[in-house]
Design a protein around this ligand. Structure first.
Ligand SMILES: [Zn+2]
Length: 241
């Protein structure tokens, strides 16, 4: 199951703790101007790291040096567009990578702070010789920086053939998904700073590929292998230099 479509973006189930953690890290995550006294919505905040900080990134299971280097090279493709530094370490990372599990997943931004320090916040099970290795690493690091799934942008309006999508994910042999999981991973939209600041972009590296067979009419998105113009613009907005 090393396809980008199997990526799991994980958010803390404890929304109050996630909110507190996000605001402690970066008060701008609240997303309000401070001029109104409107009750904050727990569903409308971001999980960005404090701008300008150094993120320590640890390898929990000590992969071979060449494997590490490939991960570092792919992840570092974000660096020109963000005001953060990456330091790769062997223990005590803010972001902790495991390569030994058979999945690709990441906590969303500061939700990583809620994970026990012995446990990974990102799984990169994709083997280094896989054709999509680089794009999967870039995509998971996009989540770790706080980026959502582009196919869930509120303006996406993807003409999903929903009954077919449910059936496809429920019936596949590897990693089947329930209706609820499909709703959460594919159809639910988000309402964070990313959505406010940038329009939907079907070329985003944060977009899952969408096969024509799962949409109505002639509509598909191929695998986007590169950080798009919009991805760059968004990261510059989220982490300005
Ligand atoms: Zn993803």
């Amino acid at each position: 199951m090393h396809q980008l479509t199997d990526c799991q973006l994980i958010q803390s189930p404890d929304d109050q703790a996630a909110y507190t953690s996000a605001i402690n890290e970066n008060p701008a995550n609240a997303g309000t101007t401070g001029r109104t006294r409107r009750k904050r919505s727990l569903f409308n905040y971001s999980k960005l790291w404090a701008n300008g900080r150094t993120l320590k990134i640890a390898f929990l299971d000590n992969p071979p040096a060449a494997h590490k280097q490939k991960i570092i090279a792919a992840a570092s493709q974000w660096l020109p567009y963000i005001n953060l530094k990456f330091v790769f370490v062997d223990d005590e990372g803010d972001i902790r990578i495991a390569t030994g599990n058979n999945d690709n997943s990441s906590m969303l931004g500061t939700d990583a702070l809620l994970i026990h320090p012995d446990h990974p916040t990102m799984n990169l099970g994709v083997p280094p010789d896989h054709a999509d290795f680089d794009v999967i690493v870039i995509h998971e690091f996009g989540h770790a920086l706080g980026a959502m799934h582009e196919h869930q942008h509120p303006q996406a309006n993807i003409p999903w053939d929903k009954p077919k999508v449910y059936a496809f994910y429920q019936n596949r042999e590897m990693n089947p998904l329930s209706k609820t999981q499909v709703d959460r991973n594919l159809f639910a939209t988000f309402d964070t700073l990313s959505a406010v600041h940038t329009a939907y972009d079907r070329k985003s590296v944060m977009h899952h590929p969408v096969p024509n067979s799962l949409t109505l009419g002639d509509w598909e998105v191929p695998i986007n292998r590169r950080i798009s113009k919009k991805d760059k613009r968004l990261m510059r907005l989220l982490y300005p230099k």
